[in-house]
Design a protein. Structure first.
Length: 616
């Protein structure tokens, strides 16, 4: 009976999983590449985030600009992007962009129109199998293969040592295999770097590795989080919850006394006092596995001294698994870790589906650690770039939530209805800013030192992320004014906060003193986009106009764009039309705003991507 009960438990865990599946060197990574470095921060948000980033990648690839080295030649704007810094759902397009065995033009469908008036119903339904959009939209054949393989693994007791790879199996079947990304291959940044690795490691072969396609100039930078040790029954996460409880209590006490608290200082003080744990962020690029967290961490019964020694990805973790089985740190392993949001939760199922790596520490000893979705540490993807010293960061953000005020399907129009001021002189400005901040995701505001979570516990791990000096929320108020004015004008919500001052953050290994330019792309449905799409392409709901007063389609299938469903299995069921519309919207946002955006009063509020990419 105990055996059957155990198998039933595994089957239940499998069912939960199935419903929720969704160029640099070490020294270079730790320093800036110069004042002009540009990078994209691909925020999390499951397949919705992947669809948004798909469109932005297409838009930047479509835009041709003068080659700064040879002005007589043209290159794509994407060629000047140093890194895709990706979290959770954003890691899907980042990894696929670099390692898909498909030409970039086909992968991103760069021949698609950037003119909304030329979109047709036929083009909305068309989805080539070589497209990144193909694996994001509903594909029952790949999905069912992933389900069947996962069920087989869970129901076979002989696979007990493979349970931690079940998420990786599903990710490869659904997202990577259709684009010809092979399994169990190490990855690195270039042929030059691979030649160096092979020279230093004669036992390895060129066929053991994947490198980006020849025309890919952008490196991947993926965030994952360490959540404890193998089978620790969530002791690590429970210790972390203790820190959060005391930190929030101390924060509120300081705030009520009239002081603007610094949450980073509070957390580090409590950590040192209690000797408890914090989930550690690991930043993975093709050339380095880096953990800059400073402090001792108790994992299981072993104290880990951080930061750990940085290594290259093919060197990280055990070379072999149980019974001699190869356990390479591969493209599918990293993509699986980065998207495994079930594994980040403090529940029993997380013990079975979280990926395991046996890590060699700086003292030569080993410890098996559990790794999962980087969303425990960050949702935006901005912080790894701040730690790097990148000057110009473009944040692609399609995932706003702040319960109970703002839900996954809430639109910016919903926020604008309760907080629509566009001037500091408005007598209701402060009250409306307080209301606005209660709707905007804490994953953004906490970087500015504003803890605005109103009811949900999930953002609280992000309270360690204060990196921008903004003691009076002046920069967030600037952002609210720009977004509101752009929304009123029917424009996309794109704005740059120039010269944000960076402060110390030991949790991320960030040293303050420099400034960055942060461009935020908040995915909404601008009227200037939706009103230009022909009615034949997006037939309105019966008795209604093509778009409503907020600019959203009344069409039943496309009404949710861009706030596509992210609840449960629905995030796996996007139609071709939904994903294609996200692609059209993202590429249009890049092209339409290239030379700048103006608010409802005619004032320029975004100088344009052309300026970021060197337009004089």
């Amino acid at each position: 009976m105990m055996i059957f009960a155990r198998i039933s438990e595994y089957a239940i865990i499998a069912s939960v999983f199935l419903l929720l599946i969704p160029r640099q060197t070490e020294s270079a990574l730790s320093s800036t590449e110069g004042e002009d470095e540009i990078a994209i921060a691909m925020a999390g948000g499951s397949h919705r985030a992947a669809a948004a980033c798909f469109g932005v990648l297409r838009g930047l690839s479509q835009k041709k600009i003068p080659d700064p080295i040879n002005l007589e030649n043209e290159i794509s704007a994407m060629d000047l992007v140093a890194y895709n810094s990706a979290i959770s759902g954003g890691a899907i397009p980042a990894m696929i962009y670099a390692y898909a065995r498909v030409p970039t033009e086909e992968l991103l469908e760069t021949n698609r129109t950037i003119d909304p008036s030329k979109i047709t119903k036929e083009e909305l339904s068309r989805m080539p199998k070589n497209s990144m959009g193909y694996v994001i939209s509903q594909k029952p054949d790949a999905l069912w293969r992933a389900i069947l393989i996962s069920v087989k693994m869970f129901l076979n007791p002989l696979n007990i040592f493979k349970y931690h790879s079940v998420w990786t199996v599903g990710v490869h079947e659904k997202l990577l295999k259709p684009l010809n990304i092979p399994k169990n291959k190490y990855f690195t940044s270039s042929k030059k770097e691979l030649d160096k690795i092979l020279e230093e490691n004669p036992k390895l072969k060129e066929s053991d590795f994947l490198i980006p396609r020849e025309d890919v100039k952008t490196g991947t930078m993926v965030l994952i989080t360490m959540h404890g040790s193998r089978a620790d029954f969530n002791a690590y996460n429970k210790n972390f919850q203790t820190i959060l409880y005391h930190a929030l209590k101390e924060y509120n006490e300081q705030k009520n006394s009239g002081k603007r608290p610094n949450m980073t200082d509070i957390i580090l003080s409590i950590r040192d006092k209690l000797g408890s744990n914090l989930p550690m962020p690991y930043v993975i690029t093709p050339d380095i596995v880096e953990n800059k967290y400073c402090g001792d961490v108790l994992v299981g019964k072993k104290i880990i001294q951080s930061p750990e020694k940085n290594v290259r990805p093919f060197e990280w973790g055990s070379k072999k698994g149980r019974f001699g089985r190869k356990a390479r740190f591969s493209v599918e392993t990293l993509t699986g870790m980065a998207t495994n949001f079930l594994g980040m939760r403090p529940i029993l199922a997380a013990q079975f589906v979280t990926q395991i790596r046996k890590i060699t520490l700086s003292d030569g000893s080993e410890v098996s650690q559990r790794f999962a979705d980087g969303g425990t540490s960050d949702i935006m993807g901005i912080l790894p770039l701040v730690a790097r010293g990148t000057k110009n960061i473009i944040s692609v953000y399609a995932f706003n939530q702040n319960l109970p005020k703002c839900f996954f399907n809430s639109t910016y129009a919903d926020i604008y209805k309760v907080a629509n001021v566009t001037s500091l002189d408005d007598p209701d400005f402060e009250l409306q800013f307080q209301e606005w901040s209660k709707h905007i995701s804490p994953s953004l505001t906490m970087m500015f030192g504003l803890i605005n979570a109103t009811g949900s516990i999930w953002p609280y791990p992000l309270i360690m992320n204060h990196v921008f000096y903004d003691p009076n929320s002046d920069r967030l108020k600037e952002l609210m004014i720009k977004f509101n004015s752009l929304f009123k004008a029917g424009e996309p919500l794109i704005a740059t906060l120039h010269d944000l001052e960076v402060i110390d953050n030991p949790f991320w290994g960030i040293k303050g003193g420099n400034t960055i330019n942060l461009t935020l792309m908040y995915f909404n449905m601008p009227k200037k986009f939706s009103e230009r799409i022909p009615e034949d392409a997006v037939p309105p709901a019966e008795g209604k106009s093509k778009i409503d007063g907020d600019g959203r389609f009344t069409n039943e299938e496309l009404r949710a764009v861009p706030e596509l469903r992210v609840d449960g299995v629905n995030q796996l069921l996007y139609t071709n039309a939904e994903v294609n519309m996200m692609g059209y919207l993202g590429s249009w946002m890049i092209n339409h705003s290239w030379d700048g955006l103006y608010g409802e009063d005619g004032e320029i509020l975004f100088e344009g991507f052309g300026k970021i990419f060197g337009k004089k």
